[in-house]
Design a protein around this ligand. Structure first.
Ligand SMILES: C[S@@+](CC[C@H](N)C(=O)[O-])C[C@H]1O[C@@H](n2cnc3c(N)ncnc32)[C@H](O)[C@@H]1O
Length: 217
């Protein structure tokens, strides 16, 4: 792995650790509206059985997943966001882990691996590694489900000069952090995953979100 990617991944983790307490308000705005939308999308995606959620953040999706899955294993690199998620969710079918997905391993296999607002934070030079990891985490016939932002809303970010994937974000405490933001071009992602042996279908949800379902071809 190259050093740029490692440095940006560390900066990205630090950014989300510091952003934890402001995340729900700045990412979702009105929470009840967001929770209704999340519940509707989770019902549409039909996750079931043993679910792994990567980058669970403050647990807004975890809560909805817990209502339909047999078990949810939810992991995130930021202990601060996991603490908020733990407070939010009392369900006894949910287990949280603080871990960096790129160095995490398990013997467990899952019916569904889910992630929201995570794929766009995976650096281009980790993309194949990430999907290889997903392949090993699924049972035969298992599904990857993901939610993210489409390339249509890319103009809201300012990319560092010379980069088409690293942006700088400022927090309320005045600190600035470099993070990866690769918005999803549905056609391009479907094609790219096909070359890696996945069948992926991406749907739009409004102007600002897409959701995808991928299975091994
Ligand atoms: C945009 S937030 C998404 C949170 C949540 N899934 C949601 O949609 O509300 C991205 C999350 O990725 C987590 N994250 C960043 N780097 C990570 C890593 N290497 N391994 C696991 N989680 C990571 C952050 O801590 C943060 O909670």
């Amino acid at each position: 792995m190259d050093g740029v990617s490692d440095a940006v991944l560390a900066s990205q983790a630090e950014y989300y650790r510091r952003r934890a307490s402001e995340y729900d308000a700045t990412a979702y705005g009105d929470l009840p509206t967001a929770q209704t939308r999340i519940a509707r999308l989770v019902a549409e995606m039909r996750p079931g059985g043993k679910v792994l959620e990567i980058a669970c953040g403050t647990g807004l999706w975890t809560a909805a997943l817990a209502g339909v899955a047999e078990t949810v294993t939810a992991l995130d690199v930021a202990p601060e966001t996991v603490a908020i998620a733990r407070d939010r969710i009392a369900a006894d079918n949910v287990r949280f882990e603080v871990a960096d997905v790129f160095s995490w391993s398990t013997e467990a296999r899952f019916d569904v691996v889910f992630f929201s607002a995570w794929l766009s934070h995976v650096p281009t030079d980790r993309f194949e590694q990430f999907w290889h990891l997903l392949r090993g985490l699924l049972v035969e016939g298992g599904r990857v489900l993901f939610v993210d932002e489409p390339v249509d809303v890319r103009a809201k970010e300012t990319y560092l000069p010379g980069s088409d994937e690293i942006v700088e974000r400022r927090l309320e405490d005045g600190t600035t952090h470099r993070i990866v933001k690769n918005f999803v071009d549905p056609q391009e992602l479907e094609q790219r995953l096909r070359t890696l042996g996945w069948l992926c279908r991406i749907r739009r949800d409004g102007d600002d979100w897409i959701w995808g379902e991928a299975r091994r071809a």
